[in-house]
Write a new protein. Structure first.
Length: 166
């Protein structure tokens, strides 16, 4: 067997993937769904999984994404034949509106857009703050709905899948 210093970087990477101490499968944003962190004031707020997934999950979800993206158009609810094509443009309108220091003070909030739906996840001081953040998105053209999933206060329950969840 050749010594480790003679193995190339690619060989080392391949070796690492097949060892018991290799990291779990990498999570990626396979569809490049717009995903940002808006605030970071709560240090122990669990990072949401958001649109991040494994390649296996991506392959399992691909058919569903195609079907739901096209069904919007077939139902006459989208001018575009794929509801996901709205997301980048919506994010350009929404994310600056959501980056409101006064509304976000004392929170850790992430946002992502899929199928013209804005998902807000993270930790807020109280329900009023969560409602105020949600209200910032109201009236945005082509936005179908806002889905808030906020942990309220230190003792609140976590209403979203965190990044470190299996």
């Amino acid at each position: 067997m050749p010594s480790l210093h003679r193995l190339g970087a690619a060989a080392l990477a391949a070796l690492a993937l097949h060892t018991p101490w290799a990291a779990a499968e990498d999570l990626r944003n396979w569809a490049d769904d717009p995903f940002v962190q808006l605030s970071r004031d709560v240090a122990d707020c669990p990072v949401p999984k958001g649109p991040l997934m494994t390649e296996k999950d991506w392959k399992a979800e691909a058919h569903w994404r195609i079907e739901t993206g096209t069904s919007c158009w077939l139902a006459g609810k989208c001018a575009d034949s794929n509801a996901y094509r709205y997301d980048a443009g919506l994010a350009k309108l929404l994310f600056p509106k959501l980056e409101n220091p006064q509304a976000l003070q004392g929170s850790s909030v992430w946002a992502f857009v899929q199928r013209r739906i804005l998902f807000l996840q993270g930790c807020v001081r109280d329900e009023a703050q969560g409602a105020a953040i949600e209200a910032l998105a109201k009236g945005t053209p082509d936005l179908v709905m806002v889905v808030p999933a906020f942990k309220v206060g230190a003792q609140g329950r976590l209403p979203y899948r965190p990044l470190d969840a299996p």
